[in-house]
Design a binder for this molecule. Structure first.
Ligand code: CJB
Length: 832
C-alpha cells in the first residue's frame, strides 16, 4: 500500500491530540474545501464531525459484521419519531475523546464549545415518545444489544417556535440545509412501497385461493444510516431512516408523452412523503399523508428485516428467534398486516403459520390513554390507500372474534369493543386493537399507566389475554442527561465515587451518604449555581429578561397541553404575585418561573395558554413593586439542546398533570437526576420517583387518579363553587377576565375562563389549585434553608439510578425480546 495512504489510514483512527489536529486540518481542506482563514464556525463543525465520524466507522462495521457472522437475534425499534438532538458532544463523550478534541481545537485557536453550537438539532420528534426512542438507541448500543432504529428521515423536523407579540408562530426547521455529516446515504438500499390500486384474486400453483395487489402507485424508500455510538465506543449500532424517492419508470412514462413538467410535479408530490414530521403530540391527525408515512417506513423496514433474515435462512420458521420488532406506539402498527401480507402473499406462507410468526415477532408499547390520541383510521380511507391490508385486517378480525371468549359467553357488547373495527358512525380501524392482537407482549410505560391500561382501554383484551400486558417504566440515558449536559455535577460525582455510574447508574446511590456531608453539600450547590448562571445567561439572550441566579428556579418544560396543566402553574404565579404585592415588607424567597414548550400548531387552547404566560410575564417582570422577587420567563423553541441547558439548572421540577393522564413522563426523571426536587401529582412515573427518592424529598399534592376518576364519574364537581370559596384563585381569574394582563384585548382569555367554569374544568385545575399552592409554599419555605434543600437535592440525584434507560432496555431485552448482548469483534485493532 502507498505509504501516504497507509499513514492516512492510521491517522483516521488516531485518538490522540496530534492525530486529531492533523485530521481536522486535512478534512477542512480536502472535504469541506475551505482554507483555515476563510472557514466559518459551521465549516469547522462539519470538519470536526467528519473527523470524529472517521474514528467510529471501523467499529461500526465490526459491530455490524459481528451481528451478521453470529446471526445474532436483533431487535428492531420501529418509531415514527427519534428526537436525537445534537450528535457531536454525544459522539465525543461516548468515544471518550472530548478532552483530546478540545485540546486539538485549542491548538488551532478554536473552542470546542463554539464549534458544537453550529450543529443543528436533529428534531425528528415531538416530545417524550420521540426522546424515549433516542434514549433507547443510546442504551441499546451501550448495553451491546444488537438493536436497530427504523424511522423516517424527515426533511423538516419539528417546527421552530418563535413568539411574535407573545403568540406562538411556527417556522420550518431546515436541519438538513447545510448537509448532515453523520449520515451515510445508501442509494443502493431501495425498497418499493405501494399505495392505492386494487386486489386481484387468483388460484395459486396448488389451486388455493390467493391474492395480489395490482395497479398500485409505487414509491421507493431509500435508506440513510446514522451510526449510534454506545458508551465506550465498543458497540456502534445503526439508525436507518427512510427517504421517499419517485421511481424512475414512473417518471419516464410521462416523459415519453412529452408531459415533462407533469412528471416532475408528480415526482415532487411523491417525495413529499418524507418531507415533514407531523407536529401533533398525543393527538392523531387522521390525515391520509400521515397514514401513508406510517405505512411507508413500516413496509420498507419490514422488507429490510426480512432481507437480512433471509441471508441466513430459507424459511420463516425461526423469524421470531432472530428478530424482535418493537412498535413504538400504534404508528407502525400497520406492520402487523404488512408482515402477514409479505409472508402470505409474497412468500407463500400459510395463514395460520404466518399469524403465529407475526405475533411472536411483534410487541407493542402504549404511550397514552388519551382517547384523542388512539389512532383509528377510517375504513374507507384504508380500503383506498391499502386495499390488501384492509382485507387482511378483516380476516384477522373474523378469526379472532370467532374464537374469543366473549363470543363464547354471548357478550356482544364486549365483542364489539374487541373488534378491530369500530362500527359506530363512519367505520374505523382501531390500530391499538390491531397492535394488541398482533403482539405477544404489550407494555405500558409506568406502573400506574400499565394498571390503568388494564382497567380502561385494554380491559377487554386484558380479560382475553391476561399474560400479555406488562410494565416497562421509562428511563433516560445518564450519558446525555448527566454526563454530557451537567459537567459540573458529573465531575463532582466522579471525584467522589469514580466514573462507574456513567455506565451503571445504580452506583450513584453511593452519593446518598454524602448528603450529610457539609463540604459535599457546598460543592453540590456550587455545581448547581454554575448551571444556573449558564441558564440565566441563556434566558437573558433568548428573552432579554434578567433573572437572579440565587432565586428558586421553578421549571416546567414539556409540550404545551391542557392535561399537563401549565395553566395551574401560571395561576399560582399570579396568586404569588398578588401576595408579594399585598405584603411588600415580607422577605420573600425570590422565585423564577421558567416555562418552555411547543404547542401543536392547530391546538388553539394550548396556544392561548402560551400567550397568557407571555402576557402575565410582561406585567410581572415590569412591576417594580415585587422588587425582582418574581420573574416569569417562557423560553422559545424548546428542544433537546435547550433541555440540556435547563435540566441541570432547575431547583424545582413541575410535574403537575391531572392524575391518570400523563403516561409516564421522562422530563421528571431528567430533572430529579440533576438534583431538582419534584412538585407533582401522583401521576405516571412520579409515583415511582416518590418511592425511590422518599416521601420526604418530594412535594406531592392533589387528587389521585382514582379520585379524579370518581370525581368525574360522580358528575358532582362544580368548579364555580371551588372558585367562589378560594379568594386567591378567584382574584387571579378575575384579573385575567378583566384584562389586567391583556389591556389591549380584555376578552382574550374568555375561552380559558369558560373551560374552567361552564366547561366543567375537565383537567381539574381549580380542584387541585389550593393544594398546589400549599405545596409551593412548602417548597419556598424549604428553600430558605439551603442546607436542608441541598440535602434533599442530593438524595434525589442519589436515588434516581433505577431510572436509567439502561435498566429499562435490559428489561425489554430479557422480558419481551429475548435479545442478548453481543460483543463486537475488532480484527483491525488486534492485527497490529
Ligand atoms: N407521549 O410523547 C408522546 N406522544 C404521544 O403521542 C403519546 C405519548 C409521551 O410518551 C412518553 C414516553 O413514553 C411518556 O413519558 C409521556 O407521558 C407521554 O405523554
Amino acid at each position: 500500500m502507498d505509504a501516504r495512504y497507509k499513514s492516512r489510514e492510521i491517522e483516521r483512527r488516531s485518538l490522540d491530540v496530534d492525530g486529531l489536529k492533523r485530521s481536522f486540518l486535512e478534512w477542512l481542506v480536502y472535504s469541506v474545501g475551505k482554507d483555515a482563514r476563510a472557514a466559518t464556525r459551521r465549516d469547522w463543525f462539519h470538519t470536526v464531525a467528519l473527523a470524529v465520524r472517521d474514528r467510529l466507522v471501523d467499529r461500526w462495521m465490526d459491530t455490524t459484521r459481528t451481528y451478521y457472522q453470529q446471526d445474532a437475534k436483533r431487535v428492531y425499534y420501529l418509531s415514527l419519531e427519534f428526537l436525537i438532538g445534537r450528535l457531536l458532544t454525544n459522539s465525543l463523550a461516548n468515544l471518550g475523546i472530548t478532552d483530546q478534541c478540545r485540546q486539538a481545537l485549542d491548538r488551532i485557536g478554536l473552542n470546542l464549545d463554539d464549534v458544537v453550537e453550529a450543529e443543528p438539532d436533529a428534531a425528528l420528534g415531538n416530545g417524550g415518545l420521540g426522546r424515549l426512542a433516542a434514549c433507547f438507541l443510546d442504551s441499546m448500543a451501550s448495553e451491546a444489544l444488537p438493536g436497530y432504529g427504523y424511522g423516517i428521515r424527515y426533511e423538516f423536523g419539528l417546527f421552530e417556535q418563535r413568539f411574535e407579540h407573545g403568540w406562538q408562530v411556527e417556522y420550518p426547521e431546515q436541519w438538513l440545509q447545510f448537509g448532515n455529516p453523520w449520515e451515510f446515504p445508501r442509494p443502493e438500499v431501495l425498497y418499493p412501497v405501494q399505495f392505492y390500486g386494487r386486489v386481484e384474486e387468483f388460484r395459486d400453483s396448488v389451486g388455493e385461493r390467493a391474492y395480489r395487489w395490482v395497479d398500485a402507485e409505487r414509491v421507493l424508500a431509500m435508506a440513510y444510516d446514522t451510526p449510534v455510538v454506545g458508551y465506550g465506543g465498543d458497540t456502534i449500532n445503526t439508525l436507518r431512516l427512510w427517504s421517499a424517492r419517485a421511481t424512475r419508470d414512473f417518471n419516464f412514462g410521462h416523459f415519453n408523452d412529452g408531459a415533462y413538467m407533469k412528471a416532475v410535479e408528480q415526482k415532487v408530490l411523491t417525495e413529499n412523503l418524507s418531507r415533514v414530521l407531523y407536529p401533533n403530540d398525543a393527538t392523531e391527525g387522521g390525515k391520509e399523508l400521515r397514514l401513508k408515512q406510517e405505512y411507508f417506513f413500516t413496509s420498507a423496514s419490514l422488507q429490510d428485516i426480512l432481507r437480512r433474515y433471509l441471508q441466513h435462512h430459507s424459511n420463516f420458521d425461526s423469524l421470531p428467534d432472530k428478530a424482535a420488532i418493537q412498535l413504538n406506539d400504534t404508528h407502525p402498527a400497520i406492520g402487523i398486516a404488512e408482515l402477514m401480507r409479505l409472508l402470505v402473499d409474497q412468500h407463500g406462507v400459510l395463514w395460520d403459520k404466518a399469524w403465529d410468526i407475526t405475533r411472536a415477532t411483534f410487541s407493542y408499547t402504549n404511550h397514552t390513554l388519551l382517547p384523542e390520541a388512539l389512532e383509528a383510521w377510517p375504513v374507507r380511507m384504508m380500503e383506498r390507500v391499502l386495499p390488501r391490508h384492509m382485507q387482511i385486517i378483516y380476516e384477522i378480525n373474523a378469526k379472532f372474534l370467532n374464537r374469543s371468549k366473549a363470543r363464547a359467553a354471548g357478550d356482544n357488547a364486549r365483542l364489539s369493543r374487541l373488534s378491530l373495527i369500530d362500527e359506530r358512525g363512519d367505520r374505523r380501524v382501531r390500530m391499538g386493537n390491531l397492535a394488541f392482537l398482533g403482539s405477544h407482549k404489550v407494555n405500558g410505560v409506568s406502573a400506574l399507566h400499565t394498571e390503568l391500561m388494564k382497567q380502561t382501554v385494554f380491559a377487554d383484551f386484558h380479560a382475553e389475554f391476561p399474560e400479555r400486558i406488562n410494565n416497562k417504566t421509562n428511563g433516560i440515558t445518564p450519558r446525555r442527561w448527566l454526563h454530557q449536559a451537567n459537567q459540573p455535577l458529573a465531575a463532582l460525582i466522579t471525584s467522589r465515587i469514580g466514573n462507574g455510574w456513567i455506565k451503571d447508574l445504580g452506583q450513584i446511590k453511593a452519593l446518598a451518604e454524602k448528603a450529610d456531608d457539609l463540604v459535599f453539600r457546598e460543592e453540590f450547590r456550587r455545581a448547581k449555581r454554575k448551571n444556573k448562571k449558564r441558564l440565566a445567561a441563556y434566558i437573558a439572550r433568548q428573552t432579554g429578561v434578567d433573572v437572579q441566579v440565587d432565586s428558586l428556579f421553578d421549571v416546567q418544560v414539556k409540550r404545551m397541553h391542557e392535561y399537563k396543566r401549565q395553566l395551574l402553574n401560571i395561576l399560582q404565579a399570579i396568586a404569588l404575585y398578588n401576595e408579594m404585592r399585598d405584603n411588600p415588607t415580607v422577605s420573600w424567597v425570590p422565585v423564577t418561573k421558567i416555562f418552555a414548550g411547543k404547542a401543536a400548531p392547530s391546538y388553539h387552547m394550548a396556544k392561548l395558554i402560551i400567550k397568557l404566560i407571555n402576557d402575565v410575564a410582561k406585567v410581572v417582570n415590569h412591576d417594580p413593586s415585587v422588587h425582582d422577587n418574581l420573574k416569569i420567563v417562557l423560553l422559545p423553541n424548546y428542544n433537546v439542546t435547550a433541555a440540556e441547558i435547563i435540566m441541570p439548572a432547575a431547583d424545582l421540577s413541575e410535574q403537575i398533570s391531572t392524575a391518570g393522564m400523563e403516561a409516564s413522563g421522562t422530563g421528571n426523571m431528567k430533572l430529579a437526576l440533576n438534583g431538582a426536587l419534584t412538585i407533582g401529582t401522583l401521576d405516571g412515573a412520579n409515583v415511582e420517583i416518590r418511592e425511590h427518592v422518599g416521601d420526604d424529598n418530594i412535594f406531592i399534592f392533589g387528587l389521585t387518579a382514582e379520585e379524579v376518576n370518581d370525581l368525574r364519574a360522580s358528575g358532582g364537581f362544580n368548579p364555580r363553587e371551588v372558585i367562589a370559596s378560594n379568594p386567591s384563585l378567584k382574584r387571579a381569574l378575575d384579573m385575567i377576565s378583566t384584562g389586567v394582563f391583556s389591556p389591549d384585548d380584555p376578552h382574550r382569555y374568555h375561552p380559558i375562563l369558560q373551560a374552567l367554569t361552564d366547561g366543567g374544568d375537565h383537567f381539574l385545575v381549580t380542584a387541585d389549585f389550593a393544594e398546589y399552592c400549599e405545596a409551593q409554599q412548602e417548597a419556598m419555605d424549604l428553600y430558605r434553608d439551603q442546607e436542608e434543600w441541598t440535602r434533599k437535592a442530593i438524595l434525589n440525584t442519589a436515588n434516581m439510578g433505577w431510572f436509567s434507560s439502561d435498566r429499562t432496555i435490559m428489561e425489554y431485552a430479557t422480558e419481551i425480546w429475548d435479545v442478548h448482548p453481543v460483543k463486537p469483534e475488532h480484527p483491525a485493532e488486534t492485527e497490529g
